[in-house]
Design a protein around this ligand. Structure first.
Ligand SMILES: CC(C)(COP(=O)(O)OP(=O)(O)OC[C@H]1O[C@@H](n2cnc3c(N)ncnc32)[C@H](O)[C@@H]1OP(=O)(O)O)[C@@H](O)C(=O)NCCC(=O)NCCS
Length: 176
């Protein structure tokens, strides 16, 4: 599955993506708000192996996309859609963009494509995303792609020894 936007390809990961992916996932600034990382090269390799495996998953529950800039072919991030409950047609999504490529609207463009895919071809009724309340750029991305804030989850994650809240956002296939 490949999604194409004006400036990006969101394509399946390949084994050869390790170097570019690790430059992002191993960067402490990128994972500041994440409950994982910064990755060692080995952990990035494990992630990549899972990503390649999920391409063969049947029925498909997870899509992990390499976010590639069309103008130069550089891998500038990743995005993910996961079906949490097929029965309830509910999924979650996430994304990250390398520091060098931030501030150009790439996360918004990629996240919008993933959301759209999930709510149409993916057959989902509800997609959620969470972000740290202090992750202002991610809050903006979620708002720009039309997700609604539904809640404030207190002490949702223990991240590197610190309890962190999470804002909960969601979008429904049809607004009720
Ligand atoms: C969050 C992240 C994906 C944003 O990527 P990006 O490509 O820079 O996002 P965009 O350019 O599409 O949009 C960013 C928006 O945040 C705004 N923004 C940036 N810094 C901000 C700040 N400190 N306060 C308020 N808004 C801010 C930008 O102005 C832009 O909004 P605008 O279009 O209304 O001007 C990127 O910073 C990232 O990968 N961070 C690390 C991983 C992460 O946090 N992932 C999300 C987990 S929930």
């Amino acid at each position: 599955m490949e999604l194409t936007t004006a400036r990006l390809f969101l394509r399946p990961f390949r084994a050869g993506d390790h170097g570019e992916l690790h430059a992002i996932a191993g960067d402490p600034a990128v994972v500041r708000w994440m409950d994982w990382g910064p990755n060692t090269p080995e952990v990035t390799a494990v992630f990549l192996a899972y990503a390649l495996e999920s391409e063969c998953e049947e029925p498909r529950r997870t899509w992990r996309f390499a976010v590639v800039r069309r103008s130069d072919g550089r891998l500038i991030g990743s995005a993910e859609l996961h079906i949490e409950s097929p029965e309830h047609r509910r999924g979650t999504m996430g994304y990250l963009i390398s520091p060098a490529a931030q501030g150009h609207g790439y996360a918004t463009e990629g996240a919008r494509a993933v959301l759209e895919f999930g709510l149409t071809a993916g057959g989902l009724h509800r997609i959620t995303a969470t972000c740290d309340p202090e992750n202002h750029s991610s809050v903006r991305v979620l708002e720009k792609i039309g997700m609604s804030r539904e809640g404030h989850l207190r002490d949702h994650f223990l991240i590197r020894g610190e309890w962190r809240d999470r804002l909960l956002y969601a979008k429904l296939a049809q607004l009720r």
